[in-house]
Ligand binder design. Structure first.
Ligand code: S3P
Length: 442
């Protein structure tokens, strides 16, 4: 990160959360809207698109491959689809910033193109494991080179003919599943992916919205190559992963009451609600409805006392991005919270087990990292300084910790909050967190 990008958050202790809040659009759905809209026949109109750096990286990647994309107003995107075979070779390597979703899903699409591409990212993305997609794509006939450690850059060779495979995923990963299904659109025959546990199914739902048939039974998802995507209109719900910080913040402060509007509550994403409810949080889903193939609801959260729990492993893939926030709830709960079966957290935007444990301990909490999770004794936060290691969700999680801290919390390296949650600091202040942003501190 450049010196001029350095951003420190300074969160004042105390406060309650109140009011109606609409967090920005869902990141996973925003990526997929651009990808399928670009590959569709016709014009796709999107509302509620996340204007965060990650989904914008996907948008710019398709612009670099000749897709015309208009942005007529906040959250509005108009994509002039070029059809499955209409992409053009980009003039240079495609830079995807911090976005693992962009890189893994794009590799599935690009493996089937007639031209070569190179995918790169920032320092964090350049260390993330890519073999999980390049190996099964290779079995389909793709040729993708990685660095020796199986990390980016990805050099994707064009002009390959892909054949459908039957793939049993060793890790529960929606990104791997999606990369293979997207490659499967171009492959001969049928491509089937079996998941060891349910993961977010936005790709499957959105393929259906674009009129591409998807077979799903008992954890096995299949697509047949050779059809076409029909352009559509999409409304992206608010991102439950962004809402999670306010859910936790409200849940852990007695007297708080917030209403999070139009949040995506797809059952493959609601692990955080299940976990917080098990901890005793008062969370209600209101006006549940279906919008553009995705379940949405308004979520009301009232503050109270939380208790420590053993987190059910079945909820881990359903809450995979929410553990930084869940760890803050556990630190404020009465008793011990135990997380197991979550080794995937070690290969996210940062090693979220180590980085969160370090931050919790710096603030006076007894947190013991394990290979696949963490043991947290509920206690009291004191003020102090933590390093987010450029991980957006860690920066936002420690911001909410200030609500229950006895002193100011300073959080380093917060510029990447813009990857998923542009405007977080203003919304946090409006809701009741005393947050200042200091761009002058490294
Ligand atoms: C995502 C899937 C998840 C999640 C990531 C977004 C997606 O990753 O952590 O933030 O949009 O498919 P994995 O599928 O690798 O667990």
């Amino acid at each position: 990160m450049n010196q001029e990008d350095a951003v420190t958050y300074i969160a004042a202790p105390g406060g309650v959360l109140q009011g109606n809040i609409r967090v920005p659009g869902d990141k996973s759905i925003s990526h997929r809207a651009i990808m399928l809209g670009a590959l569709a026949d016709g014009v796709t109109e999107v509302e509620g698109f996340l204007e965060g750096e990650d989904s914008l990286a996907t948008l710019r990647a398709f612009q670099a491959m000749g897709v015309s994309i208009e942005r007529p107003g906040p959250g509005r995107v108009i994509i002039h689809g070029v059809g499955l075979h209409g992409l053009r070779a980009p003039e240079q390597p495609i830079y995807l910033g911090n976005s693992g979703t962009s890189m893994r899903l794009l590799s599935g699409i690009l493996a089937a193109q007639p031209f070569d591409t190179v995918l790169e990212g920032d320092a964090s993305l350049m260390q993330r494991p890519m073999k999980r997609v390049t190996v099964p794509l290779g079995q389909m006939g793709a040729r993708i080179d990685t660095a020796r450690a199986g990390t980016p850059p990805l050099k994707i060779h064009g002009g390959r003919t892909l054949q459908g495979i039957q793939y049993e995923m060793p890790v529960a990963s929606a990104q791997v599943k999606s990369a293979l299904l997207l490659a499967g659109l171009y492959a001969g025959g049928e491509t089937c992916v079996t998941e060891p546990a349910p993961t977010r199914d936005h790709t499957e739902r959105m393929l259906e919205s674009f009129a591409w048939p998807v077979q799903r039974r008992d954890g096995r998802i299949c697509v047949q190559g050779g059809a076409c995507l029909r352009a559509t209109r999409l409304r992206v719900p608010a991102d439950i992963s962004s809402a999670a910080f306010f859910m936790v913040g409200a849940a852990l402060v007695p007297g708080s009451e917030i209403l999070l509007e139009e949040v995506g509550v797809n059952p493959t994403r609601t692990g955080v609600i299940n976990i917080l409810r098990l901890m005793g949080a008062d969370i209600q889903l209101l006006h549940e409805r279906l919008a553009g193939g995705e379940p949405v609801a308004d979520i009301r959260v009232r503050g109270g006392e939380l208790r420590g729990i053993r987190i059910p492993e079945a909820d881990v893939p359903l809450a995979i991005d929410e553990f930084p926030a869940v760890f803050i709830a556990a630190a404020c709960a009465r008793g011990t919270t135990v997380l197991t079966g979550a080794e995937e957290l070690r290969v996210k935007e940062s090693d979220r087990i180590q980085v969160m444990a370090d931050g919790l301990r710096a603030l006076g909490i007894d947190a013991r990292p394990t290979t696949d999770g963490m043991v947290i004794e509920g206690g009291a936060f004191r003020g102090g300084e933590v390093d987010s290691h450029g991980d957006h969700r860690i920066a936002m999680a420690f911001t909410t910790a200030a609500l229950r801290a006895s002193g100011e919390i300073r959080i380093l390296d917060c510029a990447n909050v813009a990857t998923s949650f542009p405007g977080f600091d203003a919304l946090a202040r409006r809701a009741g967190i005393g947050l200042r942003v200091d761009p002058a501190h490294a």
